[in-house]
Design a protein. Structure first.
Length: 280
């Protein structure tokens, strides 16, 4: 292991995760669902910083620090502990998280933070492990965490942890994220699925022909999601309007930044949380 420089501070971004499509295939006997999804990531996200510390600590700051919580069950801290255990080291790290991603919002905020912690501490502790090794730890932390380790557009199957390439390059595409401020827990939305398998995702399929099969169940829990989708459609100019993950955040993909900004101005009248960003 490399020696650490005293006082060294490192930063890692935790890009927000979006699902450009999310098809549900079947409920498994372990309670999880087999899914097929197109993961994408945005320039917008949280930021995780680490400095030398005595033991492991985490301070959460930023707009969504309140709902994210400072607790020991924070997924970034669990990731840090899991990495230290796997590496057989005593974890010394003072972590600081700038929490910008809304919580329980379908943007994989906790998963993004956990994945950022794995990448950051892999560097900070001088492990320099291959990504495959981080992915194994990530899969134990949550279904979306492996994709967040990669943080680039990819195809996901299994629980979401079986990753493959997605052939269409989407880097730089403007995207508007809109969240109506209703927290939606993932478990109940999966549980509300009608269990009709409407078919899988063919690699490279036109995104507009794909679906988010969790939309109806999310709307049943948070009816405002239907309103967000309608407002984004009516704002015009988008190639794709879709709910992300289990909601309530919805996304609109645009051909250019000007179209994104025009739609954002229309949506802003509703007073919902929103951010204009681009795909990584
Ligand atoms: O894997 P993760 O802890 O993020 O999942 C949170 C919850 O979402 C699970 O407890 C499960 O209820 C549900 N889930 C599911 N099928 C998946 C992923 C998550 O049913 N593929």
């Amino acid at each position: 292991m490399q020696a650490r420089e005293p006082g060294k501070m490192l930063t890692e971004s935790a890009p927000a995760k979006i699902n450009l499509a999310l098809h549900l295939r079947r409920r498994r006997s372990d309670g999880y669902h087999e899914i097929e999804t197109v993961f994408a990531f945005t320039r917008f996200g949280d930021t995780l910083t680490v400095a030398a510390g005595d033991g492991l600590s985490l301070v959460v700051e930023g707009e969504f620090a309140g709902p994210a919580g400072q607790g020991a069950d924070n997924l970034a801290l669990r990731a840090a502990r899991a990495l230290a255990d796997a590496a057989g080291i005593a974890p010394d790290a003072a972590l600081r998280l700038e929490k910008r991603i809304p919580v329980a919002a379908g943007l994989g905020g906790g998963s993004a933070d956990a994945a950022a912690a794995l990448r950051l501490l892999d560097r900070f502790w001088g492990l320099d492990w291959p990504e495959e090794r981080l992915l194994t730890i990530a899969a134990r932390l949550g279904s979306d965490v492996p994709a967040c380790v990669v943080s680039r557009t990819c195809f996901g199957a299994g629980r979401g942890e079986v990753l493959g390439p997605w052939p269409t390059v989407l880097t730089g595409r403007p995207v508007l994220l809109v969240n109506p401020g209703v927290a939606v827990s993932t478990g109940p939305v999966f549980a509300g699925w009608d269990q009709f398998d409407l078919g899988g995702i063919v690699a490279g399929a036109e995104l507009a022909t794909l679906r988010n099969d969790m939309t109806a169940a999310a709307v049943a829990i948070a009816p405002v999601v239907a309103e967000v989708l309608a407002v984004l459609q009516q704002a015009g100019g988008a190639d794709l309007v879709r709910m992300s993950g289990s909601g309530a955040t919805c996304l609109a993909l645009f051909p250019d930044a000007a179209a994104c900004t025009r739609a954002a101005a229309v949506v802003a009248r509703r007073g919902w949380w929103q951010t204009e960003t681009e795909l990584l």
